[in-house]
Every structure is written in C-alpha cells, then in structure tokens.
Design a protein around this ligand. Structure first.
Ligand code: ATP
Length: 362
C-alpha cells in the first residue's frame, strides 16, 4: 500500500522567517506521527498546511496520490476529508454536545436519520452518549475535549490532525486522554498527525516521532529508536533526560571508539556509523538511567567514573542523584530505583556500558 500522506520539499515563509524549511515526510496509512519540537519550530505551520489553512511557498502535500497543496493550488480545507482537533476545545458553547458533533455532517447534507445514527455512534465511541443534550459549559474539561474529538471523527476523516489537543487539561486527565486518543486512532485505523511540545506525550502515543527545530526535521523514528539513538545532543535532550560530556576521540578501533574527557580520563563507546577520526571533538551522551551504582556484571566491560553526590531527590519510583564527577565541574544526573542509598556529600562510583554511550558531533 502506498503512503497516505506525503510532504515533499515543503516550505513556508512569513516575511523573513522561514517557518517550514524544505521538509520531506511520508506517513503510512493508519500510523500516528508526532511533530515534536520547541516553540516556534514550525510544527503548527506544517499542520496548518496539511489542513489547507496555509498555502505553501514551495513543495507539495500529497494525500492518496493526489496533490492537495502546492504553490499554485490549495484544495479547500472542507474538501480534504480531514478531522481537526486543536488545543482550545473549540466546541461551540451555544450548541448541545449532539449539535456540536452533528455540525460537520449537517454541512454535508446527509439525511437526518443517517446523521443521527452517525452522531450517536461517534458519541458512543468517545463515551459521551449520556451527555448528548448537555451544553459544553455543563461538561468538564476532559469531556469537552472528547466532544472536540467526536466532532473531528464524525465525518470519518481520512486523516486526523491534532494540535496540542491536551495542553489545557491537568496532568492525570492528559494521560488518560492520550491513551483514549491513541486507542481510538488504532481501532479506527486512521492516519494521524499530532503536534505537541511534550516529549512524554509524543513517546506514549506515536508510531513515529518527527523532531523539528528552526523549520527543519532533525530526526525521525520510532519512539524507542529515537530515544536510544538520538543523532544530536539537541534531540537527545529534547526526548528524555541526558548527560553530556565534552570529549575528544583518541582511538578508533574495530568494535569501539575511545574518547578522552576534560579530566584526562578515557572512556569506551561502542562502534557506531559516524566515521570518527582521531582528534575529532564530540559529545559523549549518557542517559541518567544507564549510570549504574550496583548490579555490575563481572563478565562485562564498563566505563567507570567516580563522583561526589551533590544533591539527592526522591520522587517515589525513582531516586535522582545529582553528581559531580571528579575533575569535571558540571553537575550530572543519575537515576536509580529506591531505596535512597547515598546521601549528599557521599562518594560513589558510577559504571556504564560502552553500548549505552552515544557519541555526537554537536
Ligand atoms: P508553538 O509550539 O509555540 O505553537 P510551533 O512549532 O507550532 O510553535 P509555528 O506556530 O509553526 O511554531 O511557527 C513557526 C514560526 O513561524 C515562528 O517563528 C512563528 O513566529 C512564525 N509564524 C507562524 N505563523 C505566523 C504568521 N501568521 N505570521 C508571521 N509569522 C508566523
């Protein structure tokens, strides 16, 4: 089966600002892709171009093989068969839940009984059947968000577009709703594009994550793969917590690369495909959960760093230790499971495998 949605060399300029800078992307049918990146990186502009609300200055948007947007021609949003859900609930306060969901179907002028059936089915899908006659002001934030979702789904869109759909909800509700959206999207097999600046949300709901900065795509991949193999310190930092150590390559061997830190210590990183040369400056990245304080396996090779505990923070399921490695004056973080085993001021040895070290050029 061909790709459902293709962005080809897409560009959008606002005066001197290039909001979207030649991006290329293919989304397979039934997949959920998240656009993740800092404020102003071009996520919303990309989504608005997909929706037909902005005209690209270059490139194309193709759905099911048909060009919907290019520089000369933009298919109207209502002719695109896309459902949209935005951060503000955007439900109409003067209409009942039923009428909110029916709105798009009424525009399509389908007959009354089909329309009623479809609205009821959709309300059922999002668990709002018993609220059909209420007005949005009589609903909680989460319920209003479900109305917005039902409205986006009622027309059976080919593509669902979600722009920070949960950012107005409190943390617990946000987590529930993200699973509901993901469940529905998978059950209906609908292709979806999800814009968020929350890494947790992107990791939890996506088939693939697209990391953007300054209008460009920096990296694209499945959540686990992008988390384990970020291609830059920016991506690593944006998706999860990361420790960064400045280093220089001192030896390139068949299965490993040796790097030297500012304190003169040499560490081993497993071989990657980045063609390192002796003398290259790099960053060695290591996730806090990959620094180990015990359960070392005697048969394995580890890197080892001695540290002084600067601060300890217990957060229930995790203990965070903020560490000063000897000879390096930056604070690093490690995460371990409880109980708390080290106190502020104590010394510890951290070990970590060459495989858990990521070398990047920036
Ligand atoms: P946020 O997470 O804050 O919503 P975003 O990644 O969605 O950010 P966009 O809204 O796509 O970013 O904006 C990308 C860039 O384009 C920003 O520099 C923004 O200021 C600029 N921009 C967006 N819309 C317009 C507009 N209508 N006119 C001028 N500049 C705009």
């Amino acid at each position: 089966m061909g790709d459902k949605l293709i962005l080809r060399d897409l560009v959008k300029q606002f005066g001197a600002v290039t909001a979207v800078d030649h991006i290329n992307l293919s989304i397979a049918p039934g997949k959920l892709f998240s656009f993740l990146g800092p404020s102003g990186c071009g996520k919303t502009t990309t989504l608005r171009m997909i929706a037909g609300l902005e005209t690209p200055d270059g490139g194309e948007i193709v759905v099911d093989g048909a060009v919907l947007s290019d520089k000369k021609h933009v298919t109207l949003p209502e002719k695109r068969n896309m459902g949209m859900m935005f951060q503000s609930y955007a439900v109409w306060p003067h209409m009942t839940v039923f009428d909110n969901v029916a709105y798009g179907l009424k525009l399509k002028k389908i007959n009354r009984s089909d329309m009623q059936k479809k609205v009821n089915e959709t309300l059922d899908l999002v668990g709002l059947s018993q609220y059909a006659e209420r007005f949005p002001t009589q609903l909680s934030g989460g319920q209003q968000q479900r109305v917005a979702l039902a409205r986006a789904l009622a027309n059976e869109p080919a593509i669902l577009l979600l722009d920070e759909p949960l950012c107005n909800l409190d943390a617990k509700l946000r987590e529930n709703m993200r699973f509901e959206i993901r469940n529905l999207q998978q059950r209906l097999g609908i292709t979806a594009v999800y814009v968020t600046h929350s890494q947790d949300e992107a990791l939890a709901v996506s088939d693939e994550i697209v990391i953007m900065r300054d209008g460009k795509i920096l990296q694209q991949g499945a959540p686990e793969s992008i988390y384990a193999n970020p291609n830059s310190s920016f991506v690593a930092d944006f998706i999860g917590l990361i420790n960064q150590l400045d280093a220089q390559v001192v030896s390139v061997e068949q299965s490993k690369t040796l790097v030297k830190l500012g304190n003169g210590q040499t560490l081993i990183a497993a071989k990657d495909d980045k063609q390192w040369k002796v003398g290259d400056h790099c960053k060695l990245l290591i996730r806090p959960e990959n620094l180990m304080i015990d359960a070392w396996d005697q048969s394995k090779t580890y890197n080892s760093l001695d540290a002084q505990v600067e601060r300890v923070s217990f957060t229930g399921s995790i203990v965070n230790y903020f560490l000063l490695f000897d000879g390096l004056d930056v604070s690093y973080r490690m995460q371990a499971t409880p109980p708390v085993r080290f106190a502020q001021g104590q010394r510890m040895t951290c070990k970590f495998t060459p495989e858990s070290c990521i070398l990047t050029r920036d």
